[in-house]
Design a binder for this molecule. Structure first.
Ligand code: ADP
Ligand code: MG
Length: 210
């Protein structure tokens, strides 16, 4: 099974719409344990990506993802700009020249992107960050593909794991980012970056259709 370039472009468009619609929700999550800008950051970043999409459309998937990362890096302040920017830049560089993505290529996208997040933020599991969504999602995706699953089923598995991951951030005490300044007061709140990462995976699955 393949994810076409048109579906990758549809994913980025859907993310711009989703972060616009969820701007207040993400900002409320960040108001509880951060500085109330996560929704604003995601909306601004993917709004810029949406503006640049027409100029990207003729490029290959790798170049589109790389441009997306550079756009996020240059337009989003805060922790999430460099983290998501690096995710898309690294994934795009690893997929240079691709016009569509099969199971192995989406594995590369997810793994390389998450390596980018790790290299930037040095998160470990249970730090209460977006990594608590990405790590189980990538593991679930990989074990599904290793077991012979097609792209749609493997992404279903990733989304299910991401869903659990985002809920599991609630009881954790933050050890990275602004939320860590709150110490024990960060307990009992969902991590905003984990929530936006879950949305990213849901939109990826939906852009594939079926
Ligand atoms: P800022 O914290 O600078 O205001 P945002 O509010 O846009 O930036 O993003 C906050 C999110 O970034 C957090 O909810 C968390 O998921 C993520 N985050 C922060 N620091 C790190 C880190 N070191 N590693 C991974 N993710 C991080
Ligand atoms: Mg913030």
């Amino acid at each position: 099974m393949q994810m076409t370039k048109a579906q990758v472009l549809a994913w980025l468009k859907a993310l711009a719409a989703e972060y616009k619609a969820r701007k207040e929700y993400l900002t409320e999550l960040d108001a509880a344990i951060g500085d109330a800008d996560h929704g604003i950051n995601m909306d601004r970043g993917f709004g810029k990506v949406l503006e640049k999409l027409p100029a990207m459309e003729a490029k290959d998937v790798g170049a589109i993802l790389k441009d997306t990362g550079m756009t996020l890096l240059s337009s989003v302040g805060g922790a999430s700009g460099p983290l998501y920017g690096t995710f898309f830049m690294k994934a795009g560089m690893a997929l240079a020249g691709k016009e569509e993505l099969d199971e192995a290529a989406v594995k590369t996208l997810l793994e390389t992107g998450v390596e980018g997040i790790v290299s930037r933020g040095r998160p470990v599991l249970e730090d209460k960050t977006m990594y608590d969504v990405w790590k189980p999602a990538v593991d679930a995706y990989n074990s599904a593909v290793d077991g012979g699953a097609q792209l749609d089923a493997a992404l279903d598995a990733a989304v299910a794991a991401a869903e659990k991951g985002v809920e599991a951030t609630i009881p954790l005490q933050a050890r990275k980012g602004r939320a860590s300044y709150l110490g024990e007061r960060s307990i009992g709140h969902k991590d905003p970056g984990a929530a936006s990462s879950h949305m990213m995976l849901v939109a990826l699955r939906q852009s594939l259709g079926g």
